[in-house]
Write a protein of this length. Structure first.
Length: 100
């Protein structure tokens, strides 16, 4: 039996990241951003047929979970996938499942 030392701060961060991914629309947004490498919010909501406010709310959650990065160019904000954090998440989940 494997025992885990639980770091409460890291557990809270992991919980927020998993919560961010536990929504179909946010998964669609993440997939769309991944397909386009770097995309602005207007293209996201216009292409996916979403309301601007809903798109912004969900992008904010993905940003707070560190799953996407932003880059400002004038008045436009471009989104890209934070592959380093996504990879760390996948490694952690695989490790957890292997120990289950």
């Amino acid at each position: 039996m494997t025992t885990f030392l639980i770091d409460e701060d890291r557990l809270e961060i992991a919980s927020e990241v998993l919560r961010a991914l536990a929504h179909d629309l946010r998964l669609r947004l993440l997939a769309f951003i991944d397909q386009n490498e770097k995309v602005n919010v207007n293209k996201i909501y216009n292409t996916l047929g979403l309301e601007q406010s809903i798109t912004s709310q969900h992008l904010r959650i993905l940003r707070l979970a560190n799953l996407v990065k932003t880059q400002r160019d004038g008045k436009q904000i471009f989104y890209s996938v934070n592959y380093d954090n996504v990879e760390q998440l996948l490694v952690a989940v695989k490790k957890f499942l292997a120990n289950s």
